[in-house]
Design a protein around this ligand. Structure first.
Ligand code: ZN
Ligand code: ZN
Length: 389
């Protein structure tokens, strides 16, 4: 048995699970989370929060709760609300009612958890200062965090620290995993457009072959990590879409489009990967008589966990699940997290909570494990009580 779960949360579990399943049945893609936003607004008002602000950065919501003791300190807790463009294959009775869209990352569970925390803390208010419950839209690469920030999130609701969690299938159930410093990767999408000169496949000497240029760009780009990156740094160059041609066997294509992404934990590394990829794309194209253009879309900065916030997160996690279930130095994840933009402005911490065996996030058979909800909710409640004394 885990030592620090709150009885009130456990007693409320069936209702919290019902919230989660209602969210699961009614998913919305980024900035279209209308069901979730309406439900969050209604619940926060029902729980008696001091203020409920809607429409922040689109569908974002902030609930404000003041403790029963005065203090100028404030912390923010963040949950994400968006679903993914995946057709659900869980076969669950509460499966998505929207074809082609499902909660395949567990943001339904994150939202239900934060609601549970708001419910518990609004009843007791056993803390000093202010908690901002931040429900963000569009975590999955569409820029929901930035949208809220640009809409004045931290001007209107200034926080001293921020905390968030993600469910982690495949990791031991109930274990809390985090680390100070680099936690999740930054990510930059790229699109390379190659221009050659098309022609007859039997007369290659009259052409500039965009397919051949593209193939060489893919191969040469792999030398960036191998030859340009400091071996002590981490970086990834992945090509995910390579397109050229007209579905023929005898036409040399004049154009090609290559897409992919770069991952990194430090911005200078990201800048190096971008600069070298541009040189490789343009240089290779020039070598073979063609040209190339490249465009980047930086859609995630690295998630950097603040050391002091992480120390508190670790202490609270140990109280909640037992020190033997806390990993204070998990290897950094090469996935990305939109919360990172908020943590660029306010020191924060992000933990993973192990959900036990199950399909991986972004898989059509994925389902959030409700059993970790009391762990995550108790962890957040204890964080509030620890931070705001
Ligand atoms: Zn996801
Ligand atoms: Zn997620």
């Amino acid at each position: 048995m885990l030592p620090g779960l709150l009885d009130e949360i456990i007693g409320q579990e069936e209702e919290i699970f019902a919230w989660r399943r209602a969210l699961h049945e009614n998913p919305g893609l980024g900035f279209q989370e209308t069901f979730a936003a309406e439900m969050v607004e209604q619940k926060l008002k029902e729980f008696g929060l001091d203020e409920v602000h809607t429409g922040i950065g689109g569908t974002g919501i902030v609930g404000v709760l003041r403790g029963n003791r005065p203090s100028n300190r404030a912390i923010g807790l963040r949950a994400d609300m968006d679903a993914l463009p995946i057709h659900e294959e869980t076969g669950k009775p509460y499966a998505s009612k929207v074809p082609g869209i499902m909660h395949a990352c567990g943001h339904d569970g994150h939202t239900a958890t934060l609601l549970a925390v708001a419910w518990r803390m609004a009843q007791a208010r056993d803390f000093a200062g202010t908690v901002y419950f931040i429900f963000q839209p569009a975590e999955e690469g569409l820029g929901g965090a930035l949208a809220m920030i640009e809409d004045g999130l931290f001007d209107r609701f200034p926080c001293d620290r921020l905390y968030a969690y993600h469910n982690a299938p495949g990791f031991d159930f109930g274990h809390v995993l985090t680390r100070p410093g680099r936690m999740m990767a930054g990510c930059s999408f790229f699109t390379i457009r190659v221009q050659g000169r098309g022609g007859h496949a039997g007369l290659p000497q009259t052409t500039v072959d965009a397919a051949q240029i593209s193939s060489n760009i893919v191969v040469t780009a792999q030398s960036i990590v191998a030859r340009n990156l400091n071996p002590n740094d981490a970086g990834i160059v992945s090509f995910t879409d390579v397109y050229a041609g007209t579905n023929s066997h005898n036409v040399i294509p004049d154009k090609a489009v290559l897409k992919g992404c770069l991952r990194y934990f430090e911005k200078p590394v990201g800048n190096l990967l971008k600069a070298r990829l541009e040189e490789v794309a343009k240089g290779v194209a020039l070598t073979y008589g063609g040209s190339a253009e490249i465009a980047f879309n930086d859609n995630f900065v690295p998630q950097i966990n603040d050391p002091a916030a992480t120390e508190i997160a670790l202490k609270v996690a140990a109280e909640t699940v037992g020190a033997e279930r806390v990993n204070a130095n998990i290897a950094p994840f090469t996935g990305s997290e939109d919360f990172a933009y908020m943590c660029e402005l306010v020191p924060g911490n992000y933990v993973m909570i192990g959900a036990g065996p199950g399909a991986a996030p972004h898989h059509p058979a994925f389902d959030y494990n409700d059993e970790i909800t009391s762990i995550a909710a108790s962890y957040f409640c204890r964080l509030i009580q620890t931070e705001l004394v």
